[in-house]
Design a protein around this ligand. Structure first.
Ligand SMILES: Cc1cc2nc3c(=O)[nH]c(=O)nc-3n(C[C@H](O)[C@H](O)[C@H](O)COP(=O)(O)OP(=O)(O)OC[C@H]3O[C@@H](n4cnc5c(N)ncnc54)[C@H](O)[C@@H]3O)c2cc1C
Length: 386
C-alpha cells in the first residue's frame, strides 16, 4: 500500500471535512451564484483553496502536497458535490485528481519539480486535452499532430474542444499523434506551458449546466515542443490514458454519490415544510415511497463506491470496476435528482431553487469521463471480448 494511501483516522477525517466545509461556507457560498452568471470561477479562489490545503491533497509532501490519504481528496469532492458546487468540483478534480496524478505517475523528476509544487500552491492550473471537434469517444482518431522537427523537438498543430480548465490552465497535457499511421501506438502525451507561442485559447463554451466550470476550445498553431515536454513514453499516450482513467472515473463516482445525497437532503427539507391539501408534501404516501426509493438507491451505490475506493487505495482498482462504478453512479445520480426535482413541483424548475441546478449539473456525468455507452462497451469486453 502506498504510504499516502494509508487508511485515514476517523477523527482526523472529520476535522478535515469541517475544514473543507468552512472553506466552502466562507469562500464559495457567498460568490457561487455570481460565478455561475459570470461563467467562470476567478483564479484567486484557487490560491485561497491552496492555502487551506484543498488542492492536490494526496500529492506527496516532497512535491508540495500535504501527503494526505486518498480519502481526504475524496472528501473535498464529496462536500462540494453535496452542496451542489459542481462547477467547482469539476475544475478542482481535473486539477488535483487527474492532471497532478498524471504528472506524478508519468513525469520525469524534472517535470514533477517544475509543475507539481506550483500546482499545489494554486499558481499553475492543470488541464487535460484529449477531445477534438471531430472525435471524443474514439480517441485513436484524434487529428492533432506533433511532428518531429528534425532537431529533437516537435511542432504541435490542431485543436481541442470541451477542455476543462482551458481558460485558466498554466499547463495542459495534450494528446497528439506523433505517428499518424500507427493507430493507438502513434499517440504521445505532451506537457504544454500555457504561455507557449502559437497556443491560443478559444471560447469558454456556454453549457446547459455547470455554468461556472471553465470548458474551452484550445488551438495549436505550430507550437514548438521539446523532448523534455514529452510526458511518459513516445507512442505510449493511449496506454497512459487507459492507465490513468480509473482514478478519473472513481472521482466522478465520488461526486455522483455525494451530489445525489445533497439533492435528497434538500428535498427532505422542502417536502417537510411545503403544504398541499392541508398537510405536508412529506405526508403523502407517494412522497414517502419516493424518498425511500431514493435513499435505497443512494445507499446501495455508496456501498459499491466505498469498496472501489478501498480497492484503489490498495492499488487493486481495475479498468472494468472503474467503468462499472462510473456507469452505475452517474445513472443513479440522474435518477435521484430527477425524482427529487419532481417533489418540488413548479419550484423545482425555478433557477432560484438549488435543486434545479442539481438537475442540470448532473446531466454531464453520463457523458464525460467516457460516455456511459462506452462504459458498457468496456464492461462487455471484460465479459465476452471484442
Ligand atoms: C462539460 C464538459 C467537460 C469536458 N471536459 C473534458 C476535458 O477536460 N478533456 C477532454 O479531453 N474532454 C473533455 N470533455 C469531452 C468528453 O469527454 C466527450 O464529450 C465525451 O467523451 C464524448 O465524446 P463526443 O462528445 O465526441 O461524443 P461522440 O464520441 O461523438 O459520441 C456521440 C454519441 O455516440 C455514442 N457512441 C460513440 N461511440 C460509440 C460506440 N462505440 N458504441 C456505442 N455508442 C457510441 C456516444 O456514447 C454518444 O452517445 C468534456 C465534455 C464536456 C461536455
Amino acid at each position: 500500500m502506498n504510504a499516502f494511501h494509508a487508511p485515514a483516522d476517523d477523527a482526523d477525517l472529520t476535522a478535515w471535512r469541517d475544514t473543507v466545509l468552512r472553506f466552502l461556507g466562507d469562500e464559495v457560498e457567498p460568490h457561487y451564484a455570481q460565478w455561475e452568471r459570470d461563467g467562470i470561477i476567478p483564479k484567486t479562489l484557487y490560491r485561497k483553496a491552496a492555502e487551506t490545503g484543498l488542492l492536490c491533497v494526496d500529492l506527496p509532501e516532497e512535491y508540495g502536497g500535504i501527503g494526505a490519504p486518498f480519502e481526504y481528496s475524496c472528501a473535498v469532492a464529496e462536500e462540494a458535490s453535496r452542496l451542489g458546487y459542481m462547477s467547482l468540483v469539476s475544475n478542482f478534480m481535473m486539477h488535483s485528481d487527474i492532471v497532478a496524478p498524471y504528472i506524478l505517475h508519468l513525469g520525469t523528476e524534472a517535470q514533477k519539480r517544475k509543475y507539481l509544487p506550483r500546482m499545489a500552491r494554486g499558481e499553475c492550473f492543470g488541464a487535460l486535452a484529449m477531445t477534438e471537434p471531430g472525435t471524443g469517444s474514439d480517441l485513436q482518431a484524434i487529428k492533432t499532430s506533433a511532428t518531429p522537427d528534425g532537431h529533437g523537438g516537435y511542432r504541435l498543430n490542431g485543436s481541442k474542444t470541451f477542455i476543462t480548465n482551458g481558460q485558466h490552465a498554466g499547463v495542459v497535457i495534450v494528446a497528439a499523434k506523433t505517428d499518424p499511421k500507427a493507430g493507438g501506438k502513434g499517440m504521445t502525451l505532451f506537457l504544454l506551458d500555457g504561455d507557449k507561442p502559437g497556443f491560443k485559447r478559444g471560447r469558454n463554451l456556454e453549457k446547459i449546466g455547470m455554468h461556472a466550470a471553465d470548458t474551452s476550445e484550445l488551438f495549436f498553431d505550430d507550437v514548438h515542443l521539446s523532448e523534455d515536454d514529452v510526458l511518459g513514453r513516445i507512442g505510449g499516450g493511449f496506454g497512459h490514458l487507459i492507465d490513468e482513467l480509473p482514478r478519473e472515473r472513481l472521482m466522478l463516482a465520488v461526486s455522483a454519490v455525494a451530489h445525489a445525497e445533497g439533492a435528497l437532503e434538500r428535498t427532505i427539507e422542502y417536502v417537510t415544510q411545503r403544504k398541499a391539501f392541508g398537510s405536508t408534501v412529506a405526508s403523502f404516501q407517494n412522497t414517502r415511497f419516493e424518498l425511500a426509493k431514493i435513499k435505497t438507491d443512494i445507499e446501495v451505490h455508496r456501498a459499491y463506491y466505498e469498496k472501489c475506493r478501498q480497492l484503489y487505495a490498495e492499488g487493486r482498482f481495475d479498468v472494468t470496476s472503474a467503468a462499472i462504478i462510473k456507469l452505475a453512479t452517474s445513472e443513479m445520480e440522474n435518477r435521484v435528482v430527477d425524482a427529487c426535482l419532481q417533489l418540488f413541483g413548479g419550484y423545482g424548475y425555478m433557477a432560484e431553487y438549488p435543486i434545479s441546478r442539481y438537475w442540470t449539473d448532473a446531466r454531464i456525468q453520463r457523458i464525460y469521463g467516457g460516455t456511459n455507452e462506452i462504459m458498457k462497451e468496456v464492461i462487455a469486453r471484460s465479459l465476452v471480448g471484442r
